[in-house]
Design a protein around this ligand. Structure first.
Ligand code: ZN
Length: 233
C-alpha cells in the first residue's frame, strides 16, 4: 500500500516535471510566446533546424505565396550553409536561435547552455549582420540555466500553438493538419532541417505549404514574422 502511494507520488511529480520542461504552453521555467491574439487575421509560420538543403525549396514556396516566416537556425547549420542563411534573411524572414548543436538541454549545465546560445548568436550575427531576438529550445525542452542565458542575450523564448508533426508525416497529412489548425494568432511549428544532419529531408513540408497557403489566403489569413505578429521593434 505504501509502496503504491510512493509510486503514485513519484509518477505525479514526474508528470508535473514533464509538463514544466516540455509542454508548449508551460510557463514554469519562464515566459514564452505561445500564440497571438485570436482576433488577429495574421499567423506565424516557424521553421526549426535549418538552414539545410531543404531551405531553398521552402523559401521558393514562401516567395511564391508572399508569406513571411521565422526560421530558428542551429549555429552549426549556419556555419555549414551561410549562403542559405543569408538568403532567408535577405528575403525578409526573421532569424531566431535554436542552439548550436541541437542538444537536449536537460543534459547540460548552465555554462554549456549559455555557450550553445552565445555561439549561435555569434554565428548568425557574423553571417547575416543581425543578432537574433528570439529563441526556440530544441525538442521544446526548457531547463535550469536556460532563462538566465536568454536574459543575458536579450532573447525571448518561443514555443508554439499548432504542430503539424511534419518530421514524420506525408505531405497530404501535413497539409490537412495545417488546414485544420491554422487560425488568427497561431504560431505553427514546422521544420526546414533535421537537427544538424545534412540533406534534403523536408520535401513533404514544402509540398504541403504549396498546397495550403492559397487556402489560408482565401480565408483572409496572412503569414507574418513573429516580430510582426507580436508588434516587437
Ligand atoms: Zn529542433
Amino acid at each position: 500500500m505504501i509502496g503504491e502511494l510512493v509510486v503514485a507520488a513519484a509518477a505525479g511529480i514526474g508528470a508535473a516535471m514533464a509538463y514544466a520542461v516540455a509542454a508548449p504552453s508551460s510557463q514554469v521555467f519562464g515566459p514564452a510566446l505561445v500564440r497571438g491574439r485570436r482576433d488577429d487575421c495574421r499567423l506565424a509560420l516557424t521553421f526549426d533546424d535549418g538552414p539545410s538543403e531543404s531551405t531553398p525549396g521552402l523559401l521558393d514556396v514562401l516567395a511564391r505565396h508572399k508569406a513571411g516566416a521565422t526560421f530558428f537556425f542551429c549555429g552549426a547549420n549556419v556555419a555549414r550553409l551561410p549562403d542559405v542563411a543569408r538568403r532567408a534573411a535577405s528575403e525578409g524572414h526573421e532569424i531566431g536561435n535554436h542552439t548550436y548543436t541541437h542538444p537536449r538541454l536537460f543534459n547540460l549545465g548552465p555554462a554549456a547552455i549559455e555557450l550553445e546560445i552565445s555561439r549561435t548568436q555569434q554565428a548568425v550575427r557574423e553571417t547575416i549582420g543581425r543578432t537574433p531576438r528570439l529563441f526556440r529550445p530544441p525538442y521544446g525542452i526548457r531547463w535550469f540555466g536556460l532563462y538566465p542565458a536568454l536574459r543575458k542575450h536579450g532573447l525571448t523564448a518561443v514555443m508554439w500553438s499548432a504542430c503539424a508533426y511534419d518530421w514524420k508525416r506525408s505531405a497530404e497529412a501535413i497539409e490537412s493538419a495545417l488546414r485544420a489548425k491554422a487560425a488568427g494568432g497561431v504560431i505553427v511549428l514546422l521544420h526546414d532541417g533535421d537537427k544538424t544532419t545534412p540533406g534534403d529531408r523536408r520535401l513533404a513540408t514544402a509540398r504541403a505549404l504549396d498546397g495550403v497557403l492559397p487556402a489560408l489566403h482565401d480565408r483572409g489569413l496572412r503569414c507574418v514574422t513573429l516580430s510582426e505578429l507580436f508588434g516587437m521593434r
